[in-house]
Design a binder for this molecule. Structure first.
Ligand code: SAM
Length: 286
């Protein structure tokens, strides 16, 4: 099968299979070989790797991954794409295609396929579910080496930014708790068929062996972070006292902030990951 990383071969395959793209699944297929090569290079794929690809589409990136990796597990939700993938990937014996919703999959069972060794995730993600996919992967605690994904440019910024930026939020903190984020390529809309309405970027998240901070209770830390950003315009003390599920008083938050040398009227968006961790550890003891 010809290389699908260009407009001509992609539209030929779509025509041959009379495939109609589904907007609801975020289908924007890559048609640029340079970007595809950049993604494979950034993900540092070798033949020792087992790669999980989320949303193979018509198999464009899957072809590139199959050339470089030992094994590729590609999870596609759209049943209509399965016969297309059977055709475009027919010459590879190291690819397994599963027709499933990645958000409902048993990721642990999937990681056992690689004998418990860390897998690499590579994907041109469906943008409507970027955050649940990334958080689902991290929170599953399956052995992961890295996640190299195409996302909306603005989301890539949110992942790597810190306090003081308008993009800083719960996603920044969650990603930076688990991984080191880097933007490895900027991708214009012209690299996709059809063109999305937004610019895109490839981000590599290299998983830490151990998070850079020590949270006494990870779930509580994330509950505090989420509550702080849910009520962004309130002071942190008010936001946390009003939030359900955390069970702290305004006084307890103010005391903890005071002990940390922070103002009682500070807002959540000014705290670093280290400060959120210290605050949540103190609140657990309060
Ligand atoms: N990898 C292909 C490429 O780069 O050309 C297609 C990428 S396209 C942006 C996203 C793909 O994810 C589509 O094929 C879509 O059908 C699939 N998808 C959407 N939601 C999904 C889900 N919940 N689970 C698995 N695949 C999904």
């Amino acid at each position: 099968m010809a290389d699908l990383g260009n407009y001509t071969n992609t539209s030929e395959v779509l025509k041959k299979h009379q495939f109609r793209m589904q907007k609801k699944y975020g289908q924007n297929f890559l048609i640029d070989a340079n970007i595809l090569n950049k993604i494979i290079e950034a993900a540092q794929i070798t033949e020792k790797d087992c790669v999980l690809e989320i949303g193979p589409g018509i198999g464009t990136m899957t072809q590139y991954l199959a050339e470089a990796a030992g094994k590729v597990i590609a999870v596609e939700i759209d049943r209509g794409l399965i016969p297309v993938l059977e055709d475009t990937l027919s010459s590879y014996d190291n690819v397994v295609v599963l027709c499933e919703d990645i958000l409902k999959m048993d990721l642990e069972a999937l990681s056992r396929e690689n004998g418990g060794r860390p897998i690499k995730v590579v994907a041109n993600l469906p943008y409507y579910i970027t955050t649940p996919i990334i958080m689902g992967l991290f929170e599953s605690h399956i052995p992961l080496a890295s996640i190299t994904v195409m996302v909306q440019s603005e989301v890539a910024e949110r992942m790597r930014t810190g306090p003081g930026s308008k993009d800083y939020g719960a996603l920044s903190l969650a990603v930076q708790y688990y991984a080191r984020p880097e933007i490895v390529a900027r991708v214009p809309a012209s690299c996709f068929l059809p063109r999305p309405n937004v610019d895109s970027a490839v981000v590599r998240l290299t998983k830490y062996e151990k998070p850079p901070v020590e949270a006494a209770d990870e779930a509580f830390l994330f509950a505090v972070i989420r509550a702080s950003f849910n009520q962004r315009r309130k002071t942190l003390a008010n936001g946390l006292a009003n939030a359900g599920g955390i069970n702290v008083t305004r006084g307890q938050v103010e005391t903890a902030l005071d002990e940390m040398g922070l103002s009682k009227t500070v807002r959540g968006e000014t705290l670093t990951l280290e400060q959120f961790t210290e605050l949540s550890n103190r609140l657990l003891r309060a």
